[in-house]
Design a protein around this ligand. Structure first.
Ligand code: GDG
Length: 475
């Protein structure tokens, strides 16, 4: 059996064996724990000179981590990855900034990381690279002579060609992506955007089986929606229900209904619009005053990127304004908590709430939406209000799907969710649990890796056949 090498920008903190708030880390660690293997990437430390990876083993996972210099961090991570790629891939060109120096740093760090990983590789390893920080990583490995199968999964949306083309080196990036053997996207729409870029720009062709021929390479391009382990989450949510924090939330609600949201503090998550739609509910339906509260947990991320500082200020302002407008001595409409909570506790909090309010402006998948549903008590489940622009909307047919730019529609959906009869809530919950079980996190991983093995074997057969044909022709 070949060894699995997972590569991502950031490796989850080893001591905790538990990732920070962030969907990629949660998905990758859970997926890797089952199969075992190596997880290679940035340790989160800033260092003065690139050095050899630090190797630590915990259970069946070997963590191989490297530091980044301050310049690497500024140009590759804070710069091109999070000031150019992240906003543009989330359709926020207005927030995107491009700097040639940052892009050069992005290329340089990809090349350095590839060199560092190469030293650890064995010929039979299978390499799975994750996310937008590492679009050119396979090309860097190929330039070093690495022949192993290399797959790539993009956790965030892939924009339509018109939007992608606003990034000056767009073609260089897509060309580099074609060095992978398999590219996976969260949704069919993202996959189609990539294929459209290739075909409309006349860079290559695609066939019905998902194979793309571009820049002299054959690769598979598919949609592999990331899953969760719904039954494990349901169990954790139930077990943690008696925790002190959960009890005090329940007691503090004094029979009020609870709308619950959890997101990294990020402008793509639609937090401002969400607060404003809740405000609209309170305006349109005064009967809910004193009878419903919104709890928003939003641990800060990328706090040194300017756009994240701005969204934080705006949100604090909005929460204060709305609370000032509607609060009563014994009722605070919005509880806005800028901190991280233990994962299982979050699931138990979801279980206490009548509405899961998940309304990103764009999101690759959105695991919180799935976790909310999985955490519910099947006998008395809450209702999910979900943005149509989350990849999860394709997969959760029982949600009330809303356009997060339409505040009135969101307010109506909240009201409907808060008043929904039990039988309808149960039916909607059941409609979502079954597909989540069938497409859990192991299925996501195994489908992707099976395709990667298959494509890599097929291309090595093709390469050998081509070589043989060359030899025969010249003899
Ligand atoms: C990216 C893509 C895609 C949140 N707060 C806390 C906490 N969380 C956990 C949630 C969830 C994860 O973080 C967030 O995942 P999401 O999927 O919602 O969003 P991103 O972080 O933006 O993830 C996304 C994902 O990758 C996977 O492919 O779905 O579209 O953007 O699991 O529960 N966890 C803890 N404390 C918190 O306060 N422990």
């Amino acid at each position: 059996m070949s060894r699995l090498i997972v590569v991502s920008n950031r490796v989850a903190p080893i001591q905790e064996a538990r990732p920070a708030a962030g969907g990629l880390a949660i998905g990758v660690l859970d997926a890797l724990k089952e199969t075992g293997g190596v997880w290679f990437g940035w340790s989160g430390e800033t260092i003065s000179e690139p050095s050899v990876p630090v190797i630590e083993k915990q259970g069946n996972v070997t963590y191989a981590t490297v530091g980044l210099t301050k310049r690497d961090y500024d140009e590759y991570y804070r710069g091109f990855s999070n000031t150019t790629l992240w906003p543009t891939f989330h359709y926020r060109n207005d927030l995107s900034r491009y700097d040639r120096g940052d892009y050069a740093g992005y290329q340089r760090v990809n090349a350095t990381l590839a060199k560092q990983l190469k030293e650890l590789l064995r010929p039979s390893d299978i390499i799975w690279v994750h996310d937008y920080h590492l679009l050119p990583f396979a090309r860097c490995l190929r330039e070093l002579g690495v022949k192993n199968p290399i797959g790539f999964f993009l956790h965030i949306p892939f924009p339509v060609p018109e939007v992608l083309r606003t990034i000056p080196p767009h073609e260089e990036l897509v060309k580099a992506m074609c060095s992978y053997d398999v590219i996976g996207f969260q949704t069919e729409a993202d996959r189609q955007s990539f294929v459209d870029y290739i075909e409309r720009g006349q860079h290559g062709t695609s066939s019905e089986d998902g194979m793309v021929h571009a820049y002299n390479r054959f690769l598979k391009v598919g949609a592999y929606p990331i899953g969760i382990y719904p039954d494990a989450i349901a169990k954790a949510a139930e077990q943690f229900t008696d925790r002190k924090a959960v009890r005090s939330l329940r007691d503090g609600m004094r029979g009020r209904k609870l709308i619950m949201s959890v997101d990294r503090l990020d402008y793509s998550k639609g937090l401002v619009e969400r607060f404003q739609a809740f405000e609209r509910l309170l305006l349109n339906a005064p009967g809910w005053h004193g009878r419903v509260s919104l709890v928003q947990i939003a641990p800060p991320t990328r706090a040194d990127v300017q756009t994240y500082q701005r969204i934080r200020q705006t949100l604090e302002g909005e929460a204060g304004r709305i609370n000032g407008r509607f609060a009563q001595l014994d009722w605070t409409p919005i509880q806005y908590l800028n901190r991280k909570y233990e994962r299982n506790l979050l699931m138990a909090l979801f279980r206490q709430s009548q509405v899961g309010y998940v309304t990103p402006l764009r999101d690759g998948m959105n695991l919180v939406a799935k976790e909310y549903v999985a955490s519910q008590d099947p006998a008395d489940p809450g209702v999910l209000v979900l943005s149509q622009f989350a990849g999860a909307a394709e997969q959760l047919p029982g949600a009330l799907v809303v356009n997060p730019f339409d505040l009135s529609q969101m307010a109506e959906a909240l009201e409907r969710a808060l008043s929904m009869p039990l039988a309808e809530r149960q039916a909607r919950h059941a409609d979502m649990m079954e597909p989540m079980r069938e497409n859990n996190l192991s299925v996501w991983r195994d489908t992707f890796l099976d395709d990667l093995r298959h494509v890599a074997t097929a291309s090595s057969v093709t390469a050998k056949a081509v070589k043989l044909a060359d030899v025969t022709a010249s003899s």
